[in-house]
Ligand binder design. Structure first.
Ligand SMILES: Nc1ncnc2c1ncn2[C@@H]1O[C@H](COP(=O)(O)OP(=O)(O)OP(=O)(O)O)[C@@H](O)[C@H]1O
Length: 620
């Protein structure tokens, strides 16, 4: 049978397959929707994403496709148990995320899949244990199981060096195997009953609960039902206690608000502006400011002001988020501006005089792409910085929130050019600083009503406690930090590169960051590089911009800039001037001459990068 006939048979078991209506012309298989071909000729994969497909995945038909190495049905509505993919022994990549697959996956479901490197089962309804055969895959590099209902202990993985590893938001419990202790904590988030390194929860505290919840691997499957009941009972008790505490806090809080804060009719909390995706919560700033401090709000620029500390304390306030340095509030001042108050707990690197001088220098910076620092409040133990409020929240909240489709290619280009201009201004006007920004990341890019970006939390390195900076500041995630022990003048450029890649791929960099023994060994840049080199080629681009025709040349140029900024070796990494100059040259649309070289190969979806185009990429 020819591939064409086999594929038609495969399609016949799907329902709602209108997206595959152009399948049929046997002489040009590579023009069929969702088919991946190398060099436009050799069929090697199916990429049936976002097509509303449902029905049966006919694995028997797929078995007959001798070249099939990649299979993706991400973002469809397939349901029921996972099909028997182990029959496809040649498969290298399996993507089933964002469907409605459910039930337990048999322990031997991946047995014999010796070539399988990438397994994405996220955001489905899988239950039961993580199958042992998955943990035993010899070549596994990317594993994403987040957002399911996997339970029980995490098995010992044979493979230790992952590029992507995400088990977050399941119901796993017990101690994390030592072989995974170098992973980023976010890989395990949302599994309330996991303990051990890297969760920072000692298994000792958990021993009683986890002993009763951790299934004995040798126990028969029906024991799982009993464990589930115990888990539910524990969760119900925890939920009741939490609920009662919240109710009590709300009562106390309302009482205090009545005393200290007149409510402001018509003013609403900005509920979409946090990258932590938590809902806004009303709070009372009074208690935070009252203890200690010199009682003064120190304004650092003449064009801001018009309100006093008392006005700020009387303002109604909501929590926008809680980052690595402390909480961030939005304060709505009566007859005054909305401002953002950010509390920093680890800012004791310099004394009060130096701190004040540094804040005044920051206050003197003025650029359309910098969020102005308006004032500060000094206390020995913590500091409060007051910034303008950005109406549209952070870039992170848009990019990774529900409305990421608003971010069209022209908007993304405008944002990243603005970021580059803000950064260039910092470099030119803040000389003598190793890291003029130091904490450049998408939650520190604030957007105004027209999506013009403004950088925030810039220039804070000199006043930040060193150990805290090392642990949490974005520039300290650059690879030279693990090689040289400290960031250098190109570490901000690394952050700019990561931001470019995040903007183009729509991927959250923290999910790709992994700590190896010698420091960070993988990140979004490594992932992009590997994808560009491997079978998915240009498919790194976020779905929301992928279909933009006549822009692919410019998008590729930005991808290259991002990768040059993310060169591991500092010598080969671009410096900020080169990156900014190249970004200024980017246009919304391809110019006719450039475009003709891409047009013959179709749009980005089916285009493979040439060797030449990827030769610039990251060395690692
Ligand atoms: N000036 C601002 N205007 C509007 N929203 C803001 C402003 N500053 C911060 N935010 C929002 O508040 C959220 C929380 O900010 P916060 O700085 O506490 O956390 P973060 O940036 O995620 O982490 P970090 O502490 O590492 O900077 C941000 O994600 C952003 O959405």
């Amino acid at each position: 049978d020819t591939n064409a006939r086999i594929l038609m048979r495969f399609r016949s078991s799907l329902s709602n397959a209108s997206a595959l209506s152009n399948w049929g012309n046997e002489s040009n298989l590579c023009s069929w929707n969702g088919l991946l071909c190398r060099n436009g000729q050799i069929f090697y994969g199916l990429r049936l994403e976002n097509m509303g497909l449902e029905g049966k995945v006919d694995v028997e038909a797929l078995m007959e496709l001798s070249n099939l190495t990649s299979f993706s049905v991400i973002n469809n509505t397939f349901e029921g148990p996972m099909p028997e993919f182990k029959k496809l022994e040649r498969l290298r990549a399996l993507f089933l995320s964002n469907n409605k697959f459910s039930d337990e996956i048999p322990d031997d479901a991946f047995e014999g899949m010796r070539r399988l490197k990438r397994v994405f089962l996220a955001q489905n309804g899988f239950t039961g244990y993580i199958p042992k055969s998955l943990a035993n895959l010899p070549r596994l590099l990317d594993l994403d199981l987040h957002g399911n209902s996997f339970e029980g202990n995490i098995p010992e993985f044979q493979q230790k060096d992952f590029r992507v590893f995400n088990l977050s938001h399941n119901q796993l419990n017990g101690s994390i195997p030592e072989s995974l202790s170098h992973m980023d904590p976010s890989s395990f988030a949302g599994n309330e009953l996991l303990c051990g390194i890297p969760t920072r929860i000692s298994c000792h505290n958990f021993s009683n609960v986890s002993r009763s919840l951790t299934p004995d691997p040798s126990s028969p499957p029906q024991k799982k039902g009993k464990n589930r009941h115990i888990l539910i009972a524990v969760l119900v008790v925890v939920a009741v206690v939490v609920f009662a505490s919240i109710a009590a806090l709300i009562l106390i809080h309302n009482h205090r608000r009545k005393r200290f804060q007149p409510s402001i009719p018509g003013k609403q909390a900005n509920s979409q502006s946090n990258a932590g995706f938590q809902e806004s919560q009303s709070i009372d700033l009074t208690s935070d400011f009252k203890k200690g401090g010199d009682g003064e709000l120190n304004f650092v620029r003449e064009d801001r002001g018009g309100f006093s500390l008392q006005d700020l304390l009387r303002a109604s306030a909501v929590v926008l988020g809680s980052g690595s340095f402390g909480s961030t509030y939005k304060a709505m001042i009566l007859n005054g501006p909305d401002v953002v108050v950010k509390r920093f707990r680890n800012m004791n690197n310099v004394g009060k005089k130096e701190f004040t001088e540094h804040m005044q220098r920051l206050g003197s910076l003025t650029h359309p792409n910098l969020l102005p620092l308006a004032a500060f409040y000094y206390r020995k133990e913590d500091k409060f910085l007051v910034y303008d409020f950005g109406e549209n929240g952070s870039l992170a909240s848009h990019l990774h929130g529900r409305n990421s489709s608003e971010l069209t290619w022209p908007t993304r280009l405008k944002i990243i050019k603005g970021v580059a201009r803000g950064l260039a201004y910092l470099y030119e006007n803040f000389p003598g600083q190793t890291l003029p920004h130091g904490h450049l990341k998408s939650s520190n890019v604030i957007l105004d009503h027209s999506f013009e970006p403004q950088l925030t939390e810039y220039g804070l390195v000199p006043v930040m406690n060193r150990s805290h900076a090392q642990q949490f500041m974005a520039a300290h995630k650059a690879p030279e930090v693990s090689q040289l022990g400290r960031p250098n003048e190109k570490s901000d450029v690394w952050c700019l590169g990561i931001l470019i890649l995040e903007l183009l791929t729509g991927k959250f960099p923290a999910n790709y960051l992994r700590h190896g023994k010698g420091g960070n060994k993988a990140d979004l840049a490594t992932w992009v590089d590997s994808v560009v080199r491997e079978e998915w080629s240009c498919e790194v681009f976020d779905n929301n911009i992928k279909e933009t025709r006549n822009r692919e040349g410019e998008m590729l140029k930005l991808l290259k800039i991002g990768m040059f900024c993310c060169e591991w070796s500092v010598e080969s990494r671009w410096d900020w001037r080169e990156a900014v100059t190249k970004m200024e040259e980017l246009k919304e649309r391809d110019n006719e001459d450039d475009y003709s070289s891409y047009a013959s190969e179709g749009d980005l979806n089916s285009r493979t990068m040439t060797e030449d185009e990827i030769s610039f990429s990251v060395n690692n």
